[in-house]
Design a protein. Structure first.
Length: 290
């Protein structure tokens, strides 16, 4: 009997006969066919005050740019406007700017710290430094991208309670190049100087990589290698100073940059997240738009 039932069942299934207990088949969900996106790209060029481990760039790319804008931090520590170009880092940045598929490509250019006299990386202020900054503008435009000049981040140095802005001459040189070339300008030097004055010497210390009382981190010793090609991971060299930024300082300055860019570059505004994540915004250091 079971054999006869099974045979009848198989025959009915083969013939497509309906069964009372069969569940109704839902109509398929209509599939979306989206139009092609028009992404943009933001490229950061500069020294350690923009670069990873010490600059505002990583926080800016991580928390202030939407997914419709690629954000590439190509800043490198210890570089001046001259050495960044001579070592071919600028060549790589220009190649990055020429990658097809992006509607807008903006290149943010911030130098000055290592252009100051006193080291082998410096440039002469009257002619050489502005000459290099102007070349950054011209080269960016030559590859079809848009240059945005950024004056150097202020050093948080106070004497007798007053801020000493030793980078003002280099900031002024950048302002003059922006005016002469018609390039967009973000005056980070003035914005960060105003913030440092408002916060004062003690609060400004919170922007450093380590507390003032903390000894600089030492390089980790090389671990025993179990394979020929295994290398120890890189160890950041952190310290307390009045130039570089820790996480809190990077978040603060990145928020300043996001607000300034949104106010200055209209096509960039929809791609920027101006307000920082609430859980990363110290109430005492909240940025006030000026």
């Amino acid at each position: 009997m079971n054999l006869i039932f099974k045979s009848a069942l198989m025959a009915a299934l083969a013939a497509g006969a309906p069964f009372a207990y069969a569940k109704p088949v839902k109509p398929p969900v209509s599939r979306e066919f989206p139009k092609a996106i028009e992404p943009s790209k933001i490229i950061l060029v500069g020294d350690s005050t923009t670069a990873v481990i010490g600059g505002w760039g990583p926080s800016f790319c991580a928390y202030h740019v939407t997914s419709f804008a690629a954000c590439v931090d190509l800043a490198r520590g210890g570089r001046s406007s001259r050495t960044y170009m001579q070592e071919k880092s600028w060549h790589l940045a220009l190649k990055e700017a020429q990658v097809p598929g992006y509607r807008n490509v903006w290149v943010l250019i911030q130098f000055g710290h290592n252009d100051q006299p006193g080291n082998s990386r410096s440039t002469e202020l009257a002619q050489e430094f502005p000459g290099y900054i102007r070349r950054y503008v011209d080269d960016t435009r030559a590859v079809g991208a848009t240059p945005i000049l950024v004056t150097p981040l202020v050093r948080r140095v106070f004497e007798n309670g007053r801020l000493v802005n030793d980078l003002e001459p280099w900031a002024q040189a950048v302002r003059q190049v922006a005016k002469a070339t018609g390039a967009a300008l973000i005056d980070l030097n003035a914005l960060s100087a105003a913030a440092a004055v408002e916060l004062g010497p003690k609060q400004s210390e919170r922007f450093a990589q380590l507390p003032r009382s903390t000894a600089p981190a030492k390089d980790a010793p090389a671990r025993a290698q179990t394979e020929v090609n295994v290398q120890p991971t890189a160890t950041p060299r952190l310290s307390y100073d009045n130039t570089h930024l820790g996480e809190e300082g990077a978040d603060y300055v990145a928020a300043i940059m996001a607000r300034a860019l949104a106010d200055t570059i209209a096509p960039m505004r929809p791609l920027l997240v101006v307000e920082r994540r609430p859980d990363r915004r110290p109430a005492a250091l909240e940025y006030r738009a000026r």
